[in-house]
Write a protein that binds this ligand. Structure first.
Ligand SMILES: *Cc1c(COP(=O)(O)O)cnc(C)c1O
Length: 368
């Protein structure tokens, strides 16, 4: 018997997360310059990092020999201030993905379960598998979370309900009335997790922080990876009533967010100009795609986020053929959407190029 057979069964069962194809790898394979590759595969900020964050991180390098502030005092204070909560309500993580893991560490085991929508962010399912928990998927007609159906699916063993809002990869959003109805039905043994990685993009997003303030069983997840353009740094956070936040704090590694990342995030949170510009570029890019896709009769899901789900047919093939021309989008077969691709909104030049390459790939497939 090899050592493999002694490995934790849940780890063996895991299907590794498949990230967007890296630019360097693509450039190497195609023999192209990395700067000529358009990556619109991971909902990153096409304007790059907040310039204020970049400056702060350069300064922070001088102290790279010192362990970070494990308690994240300054960053947690700044986050709390930005959302009108107390520092005791804030848990920072190595990406908001780590907060998802901390929630699972804290509340899941083999006798418990979690609930998510059928086309929800895939990390919830990976984590359920890792912790041996029962994963319940609730159908989402029209790609919109059915919160009533999700509340119906709750039973005695349920501990977490994940609501990605706006959701990735669908871009859809549930409204305040649906959330309020859901919260009215939430039993005491369940935590509602609102994953709000894209919450800054829609114009009138629902308010879930009121439930944190009221001390309800909620955790709101946010990230510096999207709006602030700091995906490489890995900083995200959870907002929860203090007693829940305290449990999550116990479950984390002592220095889970590095000092460079903390310095960058702290500067980014006050960089209103970069945030506004990002939102503006996203609005214009979204309008461009909506118009161009409609003109071609291509179906897409109206999106509240910084990406679009587009029905091209044969998503894997479209992905590969676009990749061969240096444009990286995301195939959606791992989300059980084999006919769809997901395109992140880029700069005007990237959007134009992506649309041209999509055109050429679709034209070739109709003549073939
Ligand atoms: C991108 C994304 C995140 C952010 O993950 P980080 O670990 O903070 O980079 C979280 N949830 C969803 C639904 C996302 O799409």
């Amino acid at each position: 018997m090899t050592i493999d057979s002694y490995a934790n069964r849940f780890v063996c069962d895991l299907v590794a997360y498949e990230p967007g194809k890296p630019i360097d790898e693509t450039a190497r394979e195609l023999g192209l310059d990395p700067s000529s590759i358009v990556k619109v595969a991971s909902n990153e900020n096409p304007l790059g990092p907040s310039p204020k964050a970049k400056a702060a991180m350069k300064l922070a390098l001088d102290d790279a020999h010192i362990y970070p502030d494990g308690g994240g005092f300054r960053l947690r204070s700044a986050i709390a201030e930005s959302v009108g909560l107390d520092r005791s309500n804030v848990v920072i993580g190595n990406g908001s993905n780590e907060i998802i893991e901390l929630l699972c560490h804290t509340f899941l085991n083999g006798r418990t379960g979690l609930i998510a929508a059928e086309h929800a962010f895939v990390v919830y399912k990976l984590m359920a598998t890792l912790f041996g928990a029962n994963y319940i998927e609730v159908p989402d007609p029209g790609f919109v979370h059915d919160l009533d159906g999700m509340a119906d699916a709750i039973d005695e063993s349920t501990r977490l309900v994940f609501i990605a809002n706006p959701n990735n990869p669908t871009g859809t959003m549930v409204d305040q009335a649906a959330i309020d109805r859901f919260m009215d039905r939430l039993p005491d043994h369940v935590i509602a997790v609102f994953d709000e990685a894209y919450i800054e993009f829609p114009e009138n997003p629902p308010d879930t922080l009121r439930y944190v303030r009221e001390g309800r069983n909620v955790c709101v997840l946010r990230t510096f990876s999207k709006l602030h353009g700091l995906a490489a740094l890995r900083v995200g956070y959870g907002l929860a009533p203090a007693h829940i936040a305290e449990l999550l704090q116990k479950a984390r590694q002592p220095f889970n967010v590095n000092a460079i990342a903390q310095a960058g995030a702290l500067a980014a949170i006050n960089d209103r100009e970069h945030m506004d510009r990002t939102i503006q570029v996203n609005r214009e890019g979204m309008a461009f795609y909506e118009k161009e896709l409609a003109a071609r009769g291509l179906e897409f899901v109206p999106s509240f986020a910084n990406f679009l789900l587009v029905k091209t047919g044969s998503g894997d093939r479209v992905f590969k053929e676009m990749l061969a021309q240096g444009v990286i989008v995301r195939a959606m077969s791992s989300y059980k959407l084999p006919d769809w691709i997901r395109i992140s909104i880029g700069t005007p030049a990237q959007n134009q190029r992506c649309m041209e390459v999509l055109d050429s790939v679709l034209a070739a497939s109709t003549t073939a």
